[in-house]
Write a protein that binds this ligand. Structure first.
Ligand code: NAP
Length: 178
């Protein structure tokens, strides 16, 4: 397995996190039980201002950084790295490797991501699925558009950032236009 003999254990977990919610936080905390350092890749980093991807990579960086601090996870234990999509799945892992420090564990529940990293020689840890009936980015974005109660499903820091950037207004406006 790639980099398996390295002394340090560094994992990677990639997700769009639109927005970061309590399910993602649990997955991140579980991943930390198995590694010394964690790379959190912000997937589809180039996309923002759409109903499915309303927040920019920069806004998502802030949500993750401030939420991890809120949960007592120290900044010197993780790297938050935006990862843009590319047209070629077969070279996507090389693209990820170019953008990140080397790692020897991959946390993913997505079969395509698992497949691409396995073919590139990495060990996959299937992360424990969160309860999608309660926690889902799609559901949270829907609650935001329809004046539902979304605040308890994300961290206090994420609520603050979304308020600061007028995120709800953005999402509602986009949903009218699309
Ligand atoms: P994602 O789009 O963040 O997640 C896909 C779906 O799985 C979402 O509905 C997500 O829920 C859900 N999910 C994520 N973690 C979960 C968990 N622990 N339990 C239950 N459901 C979970 O995609 P991803 O697979 O996590 O991240 C892959 C990223 O890599 C994407 O941005 C993708 O575009 C990118 N990628 C790019 C290429 C390329 O450029 N060629 C190739 C492969 C992958 P939430 O909506 O609630 O988060």
């Amino acid at each position: 397995m790639k980099y398996e003999n390295l002394k340090e254990k560094r994992g990677i977990l990639i997700g769009r996190m639109q927005p970061l919610h309590n399910g993602h936080i649990q997955v991140i905390k579980d991943a930390f039980k198995e590694v010394d350092e964690l790379i959190i890749g912000i997937g589809s980093a180039q996309i923002s201002h759409t109903i499915e991807n309303p927040f920019t990579a920069g806004e998502r960086i802030l949500m993750i950084k401030k939420t991890l601090t809120e949960h007592g996870i120290k900044g010197d234990k993780h790297y938050i790295i935006p990862i843009t999509d590319i047209m070629n799945n077969s070279v996507w892992v090389s693209h990820v490797e170019m953008l990140t420090p080397y790692f020897n564990k991959v946390f993913s529940g997505n079969s395509l991501v698992q497949r691409l990293f396995t073919e590139a020689g990495y060990k996959i840890n299937e992360h424990i699925p969160f309860n999608r009936r309660i926690l889902s980015g799609t559901k949270i974005r829907d609650l935001m558009i329809n004046d539902g109660k979304w605040e308890d499903l994300v961290s206090k820091s994420t609520v603050e950032i979304i308020r600061k950037i007028n995120g709800i207004e953005r999402l509602k406006h986009i949903s009218l236009k699309e």
